[in-house]
Design a protein around this ligand. Structure first.
Ligand SMILES: [Zn+2]
Length: 511
């Protein structure tokens, strides 16, 4: 491929355009992504942010960058304290529990572990140190143990989010803290209140404001100026605006070169959010859908676009992914009898021109999409589907072919499988399990959704066989249709009837 085509372009919120990605240090990338506030199970919106930046992380590694990826846990926060008080639990105990639960969800979704996962409670020294620097530079001030950031001292304040300072004085409508010099000033440090966790500081006991943790941790684990900062679109203001103002106030060389923001997950045209109580947790969804199907769904739109959540979208993702794994599994089965012959041939036979063409198209389409701001929308379509079609068409031909011709097709199929597998790997759609094992897991989730057991289906298959023997074709069709509605397709292969998951088609829809 031409060098120019290999350039990764990323949409930068700061400049509002796609830019060619150039790291500060050649071959290395510093990446910081805002993590969760750990007080409850995470929902699909959190999963989208995690998967979006996992795709970036994986793709940067695929492009051979050495990536230092930092994602924090907010384990000191109002929400945590409130929830812990409700439960009669220690705040740090509660947050620790939900950090662990989050990691379980991340594992299920095949999100790679970041290089560092710092927690606020472990970094009080770095946070206090940064606040001190901000005060020294005259960009912060202490009032009775509370410390505020002075937005008037930040010449570029509002540039990232496009919010003018005059418009950000949200505090003016509500009760204004009269101790603030400007109503838009925000807390760097909050004086301790009775019954709340607190830490020592030069301004008395207290705890940090929300924004300062990300400035302190990114400067500590990366450098004050680093390559890419990511997070959900709702974090642009005030969180990222404040984070940037703090870092630049504390460190003259501070800043971020590329700001990336992922779009919301919507449900019934509203943003999915804890505050709206319209959320679905990752845990809840992965009880009935395979986590990789959920991951496929989360990648099915461009990461910056809103993504509309519905069960039928998840059904589509399940079906699409099942087909991919099934095809690759069928190929593995078909290749099995020829493994010995292939190792004897040991690379003497060449792949066909048609196969080379299929692989080139598959690779260049995938790289082209990913280099263009990580466009995972319509993943595994186009050239990928052509490759799967070729595999399916070839499997049946193998037995009938002459030896030499067959060896060439076998070599071709091995190479196509390798290319198809690599795409799945970069997209995080492989696990340590074999295709057969993933398929088995997906079938299990289908049964859960249908509310049926394997025995129930065997019984239905028996009933259908009986009905057909008795020439009760209406009845046999009905049995099949009833299962199709539940996402279970009966397939007659030779004399045997097997089942596979399918998109649950309603009885009245045409097929
Ligand atoms: Zn943050």
């Amino acid at each position: 491929m031409e060098a120019e085509k290999m350039e990764l372009k990323l949409y930068n919120t700061m400049t509002q355009q796609k830019e060619v990605f150039t790291p500060i240090n050649p071959g290395k990338v510093g990446l910081y992504v805002c993590g969760i506030t750990a007080y409850d199970f995470s929902h699909i919106g959190h999963a989208r942010a995690a998967v979006s930046f996992d795709v970036l992380y994986r793709y940067l590694k695929h492009l051979r960058y050495e990536v230092n990826f930092v994602r924090n846990f907010t384990d000191v926060d109002d929400k945590i304290i409130i929830r812990a008080n409700e439960n009669g639990e220690e705040p740090l105990e509660l947050s620790n529990r939900f950090c662990e639960e989050y990691l379980v969800d991340m594992g299920a979704l095949q999100c790679l572990l970041p290089t560092h996962q710092p927690r606020v409670s472990d970094h009080m020294d770095h946070i206090v140190e940064m606040i001190q620097k901000i005060i020294e530079k005259d960009c912060g001030y202490d009032v009775d143990g509370d410390v505020f950031f002075s937005v008037d001292k930040s010449p570029n304040y509002g540039k990232l989010s496009g919010q003018l300072l005059e418009h950000t004085r949200a505090g003016e409508r509500v009760a204004v803290d009269s101790r603030k010099r400007n109503p838009a000033d925000f807390a760097l440090w909050k004086a301790a209140k009775p019954g709340e966790p607190s830490w020592e500081s030069p301004w008395g006991r207290g705890r940090p404001g929300w924004h300062i943790e990300c400035s302190a941790m990114s400067a500590h684990y990366l450098t004050p100026k680093f390559d890419i900062h990511g997070g959900g679109a709702d974090l642009k203001f005030p969180h990222h605006e404040n984070e940037l103002a703090q870092t630049c106030a504390a460190c003259e060389d501070g800043g971020v070169n590329y700001w990336l923001h992922n779009g919301h997950v919507t449900i019934n045209n509203e943003k999915m959010a804890k505050s709206k109580k319209n959320f679905k947790t990752i845990r809840e969804m992965t009880e009935s859908y395979h986590p990789l199907a959920l991951r496929h769904f989360l990648m099915s739109a461009h990461y910056r676009s809103p993504l509309s959540f519905s069960a039928s979208q998840l059904d589509s993702s399940s079906e699409a992914l099942y087909y991919v794994y099934q095809t690759l599994q069928d190929l593995n089965d078909a290749l099995l009898p020829y493994r010995e012959a292939m190792s004897e041939d040991s690379g003497k036979s060449e792949q066909t021109a048609e196969a080379k063409d299929i692989i080139n198209k598959l690779k260049s389409e995938f790289e082209g999409k990913m280099l263009d701001d990580l466009n995972t929308a319509h993943i595994l379509t186009g050239a990928y589907q052509d490759a799967l079609k070729f595999i399916n068409a070839s499997i049946g031909k193998l037995k009938k072919m002459q030896k030499k011709q067959r060896m060439s097709l076998l070599v071709s199929l091995v190479e196509i499988e390798k290319a198809a597998r690599e795409v799945l790997d970069v997209l995080g759609l492989l696990t340590t399990l074999s295709y057969a094992e993933i398929l088995k897991e997906m079938k299990q989730k289908t049964l859960t959704r249908a509310g049926l057991s394997e025995e129930d289906i065997s019984q239905k298959i028996e009933e259908r066989i009986m009905a057909r023997k008795n020439k009760e074709f209406e009845k046999s069709d009905q049995i099949r249709a009833e299962l199709t509605v539940k996402g279970i397709a009966l397939m007659d292969i030779g004399k045997e009837t097997v089942w596979r998951p399918c998109f649950p088609l309603q009885a009245n829809s045409s097929d």
